[in-house]
Design a protein around this ligand. Sequence first.
Ligand code: NAI
Length: 678
Amino acid sequence: MVPNLNHWSLEINEDNILWLTFNRKDSSVNSLNESTLREFDQILDRINEQSEIKALIISSGKKSGFIVGADISQFKSLSNAQEATELIREGQKIFNKLEQLKIPTIALIDGVCLGGGLELTLACNYRIAHDSPKTRLGLPEVKLGIQPGWGGTVRLPKLIGAKAAMEVILSGRTLSAKSAKKMGIIHEALPLRLLLKAARHYALASIDKPKFEWQKYTNYGLSRKILGNLIKQKLKQKVNPTHYPAPFKIIENWVENGITLPKAMDVEAESIGELLVSETSRNLVRVFFLQEQLKSLGKNIEYKPQHIHVIGAGVMGGDIAAWCAIKGFNVTLQDQGPHLIGNAVKRTYDLAMKQLKEKHLIQQVMDRLMPDPKGIGISKADIIIEAITEKLQAKQELFSMLEKSAKPQAILATNTSTIPLEEIGMVLDNPHRLIGIHFFNPVAKMPLVEIVRSQSTSQAEIDKAGAFVRRIDKLPLVVKSKPGFLVNRILFPYMLEAMSLLEEGVSPTIIDKAATEFGMPMGPIELADAVGLDICLAALEKLATSKDIVVPEKLKTCVAKGELGQKTGKGFYQYKKKRALKPKLLPTETIPNDIKDRLVIRLLNEAIACLREKIVSDADLLDAGCIFGFGFPPFRGGPLHYAHSHGLQTLLEQLKTLEARYGARFAPDKGWELGEQA
Ligand code: NAI
């Protein structure tokens, strides 16, 4: 029907239904780029010419899912907004052509269906999806600093009403097949065995178009003004429009133009054109690729552990065990007595409820998690993760025993935050087996896991640990076993500076505000309270033995008084129902103008030092570690990327000025002199 197709295959069955299968030839996932869209366009032209075709069913030939969206690598080459808008318009024209076909069109969705993929299906008459955990639908464009551009901001509000559509578009969140059906985005969410049957039914039966429902009124003029304003105010509480303009642009476009064609589509294309070449979007696209880079560790390793044994059922061990059980592993959890494991089991149940919701899935998690006070799992486990109290001798004794009792090929991992692996490994016959698998708190929320390698850790252990971390859906980053590894080491100078400011009498509210205005997810003072001041103090004292650090008196005093932060209801702030009661600023209170610079530059200085010391293997990985490890503002592209775009020389001068004013803690690291290599 259409000669020389690379990415699409066609089959006409006895009912004259055209089955169109998308299987991008040059990629393991289906994404839409110029060449795949050109072919799709040609196919649509031919369908228009062939009157015998009764219906079109579009599906995917990939196991990885339906369509992941537009091919993001295309964005990098766009040089200006006009070029970007033109590219978008081409896609819009093709999807309009699909929408205007005179035959029923059905999208058969199995697996991920995101961004441009979902927009393609919105141009179809019917959407039928496989009701499986792998099916996720959404318009995640805002996460890349852009907006849907192939009709998503027009067709979705038209289909399900503006309120629900805006929620989906502005959050960028993905939906299960069941939720998408409930919201009216898809027509069916079915088990696999019924999918083809249903698609055929929709293709051949004449099914009424959806009725005009009340939600559609939300797109009318006055409703747009009122609703738009409400949505914008709510969004402003969570998102800073200067940092992330895309969602605000989406609301503005919709309020001004609604879903009237062709104007709304034109505005959509122009708007995304501008966003695509913005600094924010370029940095968020960079972050997307950094994430892919982290995901690639251990990708080609054939390693399939089944059983994880976790020792220490406290804050970290309990949550690590819970997370592994939720991700499908059999887990044995050991502590010094059954009473110490009970709390972790209860937390696992709560987390499983939040994550999985369905009773039978929660039950499966609880069946996979086995309390094991006697450590019977040690000799059977494929991976042993130690998360006991941060004491060198206790850890050494434990690993000495583990080396003898564990399977010879089992990974022996520690979750230590501060003890160098070399010190723990001193007691081992084979220290190359010891590795750090360093989770962050809270485990369920923090995407990064540092894989800590000592001088003797073998590459085989690193690869296996990387593969395991990917299997539990976390992002692995290999770091050197030096005090603080990467994330804590970069974070601490910034937190220490915040505490210096506190000691100078600056209000914690101001300090935190300076940091969040820069884009940090939480200010450093609130962060210290959330981590626990006792934990901060212990980590700082450990770091102070190897680095020139003065532990702040204010921190010591709080800990001595038992004011440990959020968990005790008082730390640097007071807490009510776990919320910080931040003192209001007095009208007379002045904000020192170098406050943001002082916080940020110490962080950058440490990042430069870590790169020079090769704590991670390159600058991109360092940026990735900071973004996914402690939330360095993604729209700034990472600390080193930010330093480069800000100008290394300018920052170096700034450091020298601060050093002259405040002393040696601002002394520039030698790495700054390395210039472009930094
Ligand atoms: P925790 O004090 O909450 O829990 C430690 C648990 O280990 C306790 O339940 C204790 O009974 C148990 N334990 C002690 N010795 C044991 C032994 N020989 N055998 C079996 N169980 C034993 O401590 P937390 O905070 O969970 O820290 C654990 C490890 O994780 C430490 O190495 C810490 O540095 C590290 N870590 C802590 C983070 C945090 O935010 N709390 C973050 C990242 C790492």
